[in-house]
Write a protein that binds this ligand. Structure first.
Ligand code: GLU
Length: 503
């Protein structure tokens, strides 16, 4: 019996799937892809789709990112039955609000001897890893703290020594992960690490929280990225220690660039909001991702909305090889949606909505333009860059008189790295980054800023640069800086290394 039929049989619990993004960055098209597959499977079987926020990494998680992910998935037209914003019977749906729940389950594992307290310092762990590397062994906790006596554990704990809680993992035998699409995948237990479940600050790691939540939220099927496949043995072990039935697993292939490398923002914009800002329709993006999730229809020229994607969804057609995120195909689909699905009135309304001129944004842009024009008709050319995709630039537009070409390339490359790492996309953060780059290059900020003006606005003078960058958003800025750098010549491997080291 195939799983789709099994999911429908009366004896089985109702299908419940989930998407569980970590709010540590901009909403990624891969998240929309995983969400769409989970959504389609749940809806195909009359089940429910849950959104859970996995923010156990407190240092990297932000409320801003969470909000952006929710907005982006809403924009895609995916509605969840339960989640942090809509509530539901299994809440809270944000892991940072569930600490007490995880503590209870860690205590249960400790009491049953399935987990242990580990007092090893980070220095000892580092020495252990170095020795393992030198001996050609895979990195794995060596089990030192497994031998601590109860008295010793109590003494060290009473003395306030920090500890983590680790999972006990067998040393021998094989774990078989049953993937509904890939079949059985075997892992030797000795290659599975004794995973930290609870950190020294008392917060859980992804592995513990994910298993506890999938169980308590009654998730029956998990479709997730293939990068998690090596975590599956740890998860299955936890399910068996708790005596719980694990959900059925499907590991989805990562989306790829046309050259088959892993989809990365270095080659293809990966942010959902980038596609929104550039004027792709959510229907087209979802149709495109839906085709990538359905190998039987990948080549179809038919436009399919979400309900049609659900209707045609088959587990058997979920690809196992990396589907190609081919922007040319997305463009073609989007063009068809614009031409075929909208009458002129609807199209005009959509164009207005796309321009995203909320009253605040309109006032902000107007205030920036007001001191820089003599006639209202100057606004068109001055602000066109805010409403454009790729700008028609030539390499000579970027070459200045005050700063040599290598420095321009270096400034652009450093900006691409540093702006990606910027925690918050604000004028202040962008400005500090460009100033720092000018410092590193030993040049005047004004001279370094000029090629940025050209790359971002298409002109050496425009409305203020840092505001322009904030208004455009990180994805579009990245795309423009990358385009400029490509025009002047992308850095060689050696240049990249040298520039990174010097920054
Ligand atoms: N929080 C994980 C992520 O960001 C979810 C992995 C899973 O679905 O188990 O991808």
């Amino acid at each position: 019996m195939n799983a789709a039929v099994a999911a429908n049989s009366l004896a089985d619990p109702p299908v419940r799937t989930r998407v569980a993004p970590s709010p540590t960055g901009d909403p990624h098209v891969g998240t929309a892809y995983v969400a769409l597959v989970n959504y389609c499977f749940a809806k195909k079987h009359g089940g429910q789709f849950v959104l859970r926020i996995e923010d156990t990494d407190r240092a990297r998680s932000t409320a801003e990112s969470e909000g952006a992910i929710l907005d982006a998935l809403h924009w895609c037209g995916l509605a969840w039955d339960e989640g942090p914003d809509v509530g539901g019977p299994h809440g809270p749906y944000r892991q940072s609000e569930r600490s007490a729940i995880y503590r209870r389950y860690v205590d249960e594992l400790l009491a049953a001897g399935h987990a242990f307290k580990c007092f090893c310092t980070s220095q000892r762990l580092e020495e252990m890893r170095v020795a393992q590397r030198a001996a050609g062994q895979p990195p794995r906790y060596d089990g030192l703290c497994l031998t601590n006596s109860r008295e010793e554990i109590e003494r060290r704990e009473a003395a306030g020594e920090p500890f983590v809680v680790r999972l006990k993992v067998p040393n021998e035998g094989v774990c078989v992960v049953e993937d509904l699409r890939r079949g059985p995948i075997e892992f030797e237990w000795k290659s599975v690490d004794m995973q930290v479940l609870l950190k020294s600050d008392g917060l859980p790691t992804y592995h513990l929280a994910n298993v506890v939540d999938d169980h308590l939220m009654e998730i029956t099927h998990v479709f997730r990225g293939e990068e998690w496949v090596s975590s599956a043995p740890k998860h299955l072990l936890l399910y068996s220690y708790f005596g719980w039935q694990p959900p059925k697993l499907v590991h989805l292939p990562l989306l790829r660039n046309p050259d088959k490398s892993k989809l990365s923002k270095r080659k293809n914009p990966t942010g959902i909001l980038f596609y929104k800002v550039l004027g792709y329709l959510p229907e087209a993006l979802i149709n495109f991702l839906g085709l990538l999730a359905n190998a039987a229809h990948e080549g179809d020229g038919e436009l399919m909305d979400l309900s049609e994607l659900v209707r045609r969804f088959e587990l058997e057609h979920v690809p196992t090889g990396g589907p190609v995120f081919d922007v040319a195909k997305l463009d073609w689909l989007n063009g068809r949606y614009l031409r075929e699905k909208l009458d002129p009135v609807a199209f005009a309304g959509l164009a207005q909505q796309w321009a995203a001129l909320t009253p605040e944004r309109r006032t902000r842009i107007a205030a920036l333009a007001q001191p820089r024009i003599e006639r209202l008709s100057d606004l068109g050319l001055l602000l066109a860059f805010l409403f454009a995709g790729r700008l028609p630039l030539r390499a000579e537009d970027l070459r200045g008189t005050k700063i040599d070409e290598t420095s321009v390339r270096k400034a652009l490359a450093l900006a691409l790295w540093e702006l990606d790492a910027l925690a918050e996309w604000t004028v202040a953060g962008i400005e500090a980054t460009i100033k720092r780059i000018a410092d590193v290059l030993g040049k005047k900020v004004r001279d370094v800023a000029r090629p940025f003006y050209v790359a971002i606005t298409g002109s050496p003078t425009s409305i203020p640069l840092y505001d322009s960058m904030e208004l455009l958003g990180r994805d579009l800025v990245r795309e423009r800086l990358r385009n400029a750098l490509d025009l002047l010549g992308a850095p060689s491997k050696r240049e990249q290394e040298e520039w990174k080291a010097a920054s």
